[in-house]
Each structure stands twice: as C-alpha cells, then as structure tokens.
Ligand binder design. Structure first.
Ligand SMILES: Cc1cc2nc3c(=O)[nH]c(=O)nc-3n(C[C@H](O)[C@H](O)[C@H](O)COP(=O)(O)O)c2cc1C
Length: 201
C-alpha cells in the first residue's frame, strides 16, 4: 500500500500544470506565505554547498516595469508590426501578473572552486532548477498556480538595473516564475509509458 505522504506528493507532482498569467485571479497570494515557500524551496541537493540561488520577489510596480521591458525585448527594433503587436501582448500579459519571482543562479566563475571544478557551473544550475521545481510544488500545495518562463527579458539593457541584480557578472536567470490563484483546472499530462525510457538490469 502506498504511504499517505507518497500519495500526496505524487498527486501534487502530477497535478501541477503550467497556467498562463492571464488565467490568474488578480488577488496576489500573501507575501509572507510566498517568502516562507521560497525559504523552504532552497532545501535541494547542492554539490559543494554553494547555495547558488538568488531570489527577486517583485512588487506590482516592478512586475509592470518588467512587462514593459519584455514587450520591448520582443518587439526588437520596433520595425516589424507583428513583433510590435506581440510585444504589446506580452507587456500586458506579464504586467498584469499578480505575482512574480525571478530566480537566478550565482556562480563565482573566478573562484578557486570553479577553477578546480568547472562542473560547478552546471551543478549550481542543476541545484537552482531543483529549487524552482520545489517552489512550483510548494505553490501547488498551497493552491497557487504558476508558470516557469525563460522569456529572455534579461537581454534588455535595463534588466539588471530595474531588477537590482546584485552581481550581474556571476548571475544568470534560471526562472521567471509567475504565480497566482487560479480557478483553471488542467488535467495531468499524459507521458509515454516509463518502459519506453527505462533501461533495467
Ligand atoms: C526551463 C523552462 C522554461 C520555460 N520557458 C517557458 C517560456 O519561456 N514560455 C512558455 O510559454 N512556457 C515556458 N515553460 C513552460 C513549459 O512550456 C511547460 O512546462 C510545458 O509546456 C509543460 O507543461 P506543464 O508545465 O503544464 O506540464 C518553461 C518551462 C521550463 C521548465
């Protein structure tokens, strides 16, 4: 018989689905709860105990600013009407999100540790990816929907200044995590049978 904890964990993992920011209700989840979930999310495997994740928890004003930056990023040089239209859509979609966290991975590439173990760069990124998934699952368990995006807003020249990236030389964005309450239910994803990918001895 499956243990109760395993059942709940399995259900949470399978139930978590990406919901678009447009599917979120306007009311932002309590900031105190989000900070607690961020704190817990950091308990992920981390080779060399480098604690690489950095979090930027945005206000609604910052979310709107970020939306404008992404709109400009998408519309490129502002010459193509299709891209201009897409940029406007993205500005609105991102700017109206009730909650947004940017997760970055900080690795000091000039350090002795990285010089001796270049794999740390990938390993730190792997840890940050685990942290992002922890966060999405924790949000899900609190009834909060989410979307992990890598829309390349960091390509905008004002990104570091607007977000206050502390160490732009050593930080790269892992996830732009949108979150909010949502009434939208999405069925679990259908995956290939595990036998398809499993090599067993
Ligand atoms: C690393 C990563 C980057 C992603 N970037 C984007 C993105 O830029 N835009 C987007 O619409 N979805 C993005 N997604 C969401 C995926 O498209 C989504 O997870 C996928 O369609 C599977 O759906 P599910 O999360 O509901 O299972 C990203 C997901 C991951 C894990």
């Amino acid at each position: 018989m499956e243990k109760e904890f395993t059942r709940i964990l399995a259900e949470t993992i399978k139930k978590r689905r990406t919901r678009k920011p447009a599917q979120f209700l306007k009311e932002p989840p309590p900031r105190k709860l989000i900070k607690r979930l961020l704190d817990i999310s950091r308990y992920a495997p981390n080779h060399h105990r480098t604690e690489p994740a950095r979090f930027y928890l945005l206000s609604s004003e910052k979310i709107q600013q970020l939306g404008r930056l992404f709109g400009q990023t998408v519309s490129k040089d502002g010459q193509d009407p299709i891209l201009i239209e897409k940029g406007k859509r993205k500005t609105k979609e991102w700017g109206e999100a009730p909650g947004l966290i940017i997760v970055t991975c900080h690795t000091d590439t000039s350090s002795e540790l990285v010089r001796k173990n270049p794999a740390v760069i990938d390993e730190d990124y792997a840890t940050c990816s685990c942290i992002c998934q922890n966060l999405l699952l924790l949000l899900e368990s609190e009834g909060i929907a989410s979307k992990w995006s890598t829309g390349p807003v960091w390509e905008h020249s004002d990104f570091n200044k607007v977000i206050g990236i502390k160490n732009s030389e050593y930080e790269r964005v892992v996830g732009i995590i949108f979150y909010g309450y949502s009434h939208q239910e999405v069925a679990p994803r259908e995956l290939q049978n595990i036998e398809h990918y499993l090599t067993e001895y």
